[in-house]
Design a binder for this molecule. Sequence first.
Ligand code: ADP
Ligand code: ZN
Length: 519
Amino acid sequence: MQQTPISILEHVFGYDKFRGQQEAIVNAVVGGDDALVIMPTGGGKSLCYQIPALLRPGVAIVVSPLIALMQDQVEALRALGVKAGFLNSTLTPQEIYDNEQSIQAGQLDVVYIAPERLIQARTINLLQHSQIALFAIDEAHCVAQWGHDFRADYLRLDVLHNEFPAVPRIALTATADTRTRQEIIDRLALHNAQQFIAGFDRPNIQYRIQPKDRPRQQLIKFLKQEHDGDAGIIYCLSRDKVEKTAAWLREEGFDALPYHAGLPPEIRAKHQRRFLREDSVVMVATIAFGMGIDKPDVRFVAHLDMPKSIEAYYQETGRAGRDGAPSTALLLYGFEDVVKLRQMTSNSEGNEAFRRAEQERLNAMLALCELASCRRQTLLRYFDDELPKPCGNCDTCIEPPQTWDATEAAQKALSCVYRTGQRFGVQHVVDVLRGEKNDRIKQYGHDQLTTFGIGSDISQHEWKGLFRQLAALGYLDVDREFGSLLLTESCRTLLRGDQSIQLRKDAKITTKKGKRQAI
Ligand code: ADP
Ligand code: ZN
């Protein structure tokens, strides 16, 4: 019987219909075209190359940076009767030799290869003496140099185009603002590829972004009230915070495990396995965890620190709810995040243009946090995807934030930054505004300033919220080295009174002790 994409979908994979653009993608690759596939996590990218792999003669080579997952992927395919194998550093020389022999003899349908191995002369030579059905380049955004998952070996994958011009290539990723997309096309020489860009909306994920006040209380309330017994991921910026948060959650009775690149590989593998196999493990992790993790029932992703770009936020939150059931993405963020990330971007490797691009991406993330309108609309617009009306399933849709005319308060705040010489961090400036008589203020004579005590009617929390928003909106900058507040060009119109400003009122929460607090 003649095999077709749909017969393979049914008989090998056991599904009755294609999803979204899968069929068109499969047809393009089967027909010998190159393809660029941008599809959200959980969209079903794997079938886009696995089905052509079975329809075209020869072996399909899948390039993936996810060495830890290759074994699982191969076993899953073997269970379906697909002849699959892999080549990476976890194998013994003998196993590698055997697999190489099978490739050359045409005994395999699909082989996963780590990029660092693929680009070796030995591997290229082997492939030149084998029949190749196609090359699939998974996690193709790893080629983007400014991206958070950059892998230098990916840059050398243009060898595939140069050495195997007749073999179709399909590049796949879930990350894709227009810049990443262009960089993938340029670096992998995919100028003639058909592009398949799926919608980015993940309607079952509820987006919530809250200012960080008492993060532990906020988190515990979220977990206990909404996600008790659920599997989820909690992201932190540092390894240290990962360890501490996991230990604390265990004390609180949650089955929490730490995961970061500083842990021994066997511990990481063990924790990952437990997370994948069990129902209610909470993984507390740095961003080292998550790429390629296929766990359909992750019910929540919580960020205790702000991601450095909207792409990162989208990618990380996208690990929730791959099964389509309601899930929550909670982000707690505060002024410290802005300071820390600004410092990190300015200290990062790369030239001026690179740092500026990073800065812009951070600013877009901040603007998303301070948004008073639908989060999803803004998120999708960032990926050039339009949502015609507000989503009804994000915090700002569910409970529209109140805004207030903050013009006068902002003027006070900015002039206090100016009067104190743009040499102090937010805490000190707030103390001056509120007229606190502490040692530091006396030491600098700041109790003599005209701005001393002019803001005693506004609480400490509210002031901090205001500074956070002013920084997020670009009226204030933060010194890269010392974290002191700096005025920017755009604050002039505010200071002169030529412009008014509406800011979000931070929501109020009731804390454990029953006290109302701004968050
Ligand atoms: P991605 O790589 O895009 O994150 P996967 O390829 O891992 O997504 O697919 C996500 C899930 O959807 C998998 O469990 C897969 O088996 C399932 N899936 C993919 N295509 C279909 C389809 N046409 N019908 C039903 N389930 C599908
Ligand atoms: Zn919304």
